[in-house]
Design a protein around this ligand. Structure first.
Ligand SMILES: NC(=O)C1=CN([C@@H]2O[C@H](COP(=O)(O)OP(=O)(O)OC[C@H]3O[C@@H](n4cnc5c(N)ncnc54)[C@H](OP(=O)(O)O)[C@@H]3O)[C@@H](O)[C@H]2O)C=CC1
Ligand SMILES: CC(=O)[C@@H](O)[C@H](O)COP(=O)(O)O
Ligand SMILES: [Mn+2]
Length: 394
């Protein structure tokens, strides 16, 4: 704890959707009087990074892009905030002692900095689900060794965490039910989905999020990653994890207990609720978010997912069954396919096909015994996926 009782806070990915919401929650919970901001990191959005660092009087601001160091230095001139750049500098920022660190870098690039944060922070609030998808057991072993508290921020997992609050309740868990909005193409026939554009896919019906996670929601790869994330976070067997389409995104997930009870967490689709819970935990802070009015909610719908139109869910189950380096392979192939879709080199439905083909080419998967193997599997999967993408794009 910093002098004067202020909590020392770091935000990895401060310029993104989660990062901005986290800054908002800090403002709502007392701003600079309550928090000492140790480090903020970003990548391309230097004006936003510098503005947040100035507002909160951060000790350090880091861009992951070495080519943007001069721009960051100019933007911070006279502020007293130190500037640094490059992937190693992001890891060094994450390694500075803090009471609380938000891990919200996008994608597999978040793994190394989040591991560094586990060693340096008392509490890590985990938005970056990819850490658990690619390196689940090793990531949790690193957390155990470091002794850091790990609090889930992903809305579904935060909901499950809330619904499992209290060790006694967690013991009787039978299943978890991850809710899924179904994305913008929830009811579209497969033939129509084949022709969707990145602009259509990025338009999430309920949540205001970064572009890549929004497109993952449209393909339901987001839910696929979340199944693997849930397995690790809550030590579940794959068959204990269900997915249920819930188009309104009001019920954020549910936990079914052995006595037949179901506990759910509900709230507006606003990530500040989950972030605030992780920042205030074990207490609940007051937050300026919308209050649900049940008299105005006309209905809450639920339906099983259609795995023929959304094969990502089946691929996640196969990856969980295979174990070991299958998660790192699935994630890397998904990221390569997503980039190719955004670049309009492949179609929307090709993304799942690329992941499936990459997985089947690289199977069987070795156990993941060291992080170096995870990074190597990631690189190998990207090479394999690139060849498959090239063939489809030709
Ligand atoms: N958005 C949401 O509501 C939710 C997000 N999540 C998870 O949170 C994480 C962040 O998502 P979101 O905020 O939407 O993403 P955004 O794309 O909005 O933000 C990503 C952040 O990471 C930075 N960044 C991007 N690439 C790199 C890199 N290679 N190295 C270091 N930093 C990088 C970005 O910098 P810059 O913008 O400056 O380029 C930005 O600060 C993801 O893992 C996502 O799955 C989970 C649940 C909900
Ligand atoms: C806000 C959040 O946690 C997202 O991961 C959300 O789950 C996306 O919505 P769907 O993937 O359910 O469409
Ligand atoms: Mn989620």
């Amino acid at each position: 704890m910093a002098r004067g009782g202020r909590r020392r806070v770091t935000i990895l990915g401060a310029t993104g959707s989660i990062g901005r919401s986290t800054l908002d929650v800090l403002r709502a919970m007392g701003g600079r009087e309550a928090f000492e901001v140790v480090a903020l990191t970003g990548m391309s959005n230097i004006p936003a990074l510098a503005a947040a660092a100035r507002e909160f009087g951060a000790q350090l601001a880091v861009t992951a892009d070495p080519a943007r160091l001069d721009e960051l230095r100019r933007a911070l001139a006279g502020s007293g905030v130190r500037a640094a750049a490059g992937p190693e500098a992001v890891i060094e920022a994450a390694a500075l002692p803090a009471d609380w660190c938000m891990a919200a870098i996008l994608g597999a690039a978040g793994l190394a900095p989040t591991l560094a944060a586990l060693r340096a922070s008392a509490t890590v609030a985990l938005a970056n689900k990819e850490c658990l998808v690619s390196a689940g057991d090793l990531f949790l072993a690193a957390q155990q060794a470091a002794g850091a508290a790990l609090l889930p921020v992903d809305s579904e997992h935060n909901a499950i965490f809330q619904a499992m609050a209290g060790a006694r309740a967690a013991q009787g868990v039978e299943r978890v039910i991850l809710t899924a909005s179904g994305g913008p193409f929830r009811d579209w026939p497969r033939a129509r989905m084949a022709a969707v554009t990145p602009e259509q896919a990025v338009a999430h019906p309920n949540w205001d999020m970064g572009a890549k996670i929004s497109i993952d929601s449209a393909s339901m790869f987001n839910k696929a990653l979340e199944m693997i994330e849930a397995r690790h976070l809550f030590a579940l067997r794959p068959e204990q994890i269900e997915v249920l389409v819930h188009p309104q995104s009001i019920v954020h997930s549910m936990v079914g207990y052995r006595d037949g009870s179901i506990l759910a967490q509900l709230g507006p689709p606003d990530m500040r609720v989950a972030i605030g819970y992780a920042l205030g935990w074990p207490e609940r802070p007051a937050l300026p978010v919308e209050r649900l009015d049940f008299a105005q909610l006309s209905r809450l719908d639920f339906a099983p997912p259609d795995e023929a139109r959304f094969p990502a869910l089946r691929l996640a189950r196969e990856a969980m069954r295979a174990g070991g380096l299958a998660g790192a392979t699935l994630l890397a192939a998904k990221e390569a396919a997503l980039d190719a879709f955004i670049a309009r080199r492949i179609g929307f439905l090709d993304m799942a096909a690329v992941v499936e083909e990459t997985m089947s080419r690289l199977a069987p998967f070795a156990p993941a015994t060291h992080l170096d193997e995870v990074f190597a599997a990631d690189a190998e999967a990207r090479r394999a996926a690139a060849r498959i993408i090239d063939a489809r794009a030709a």
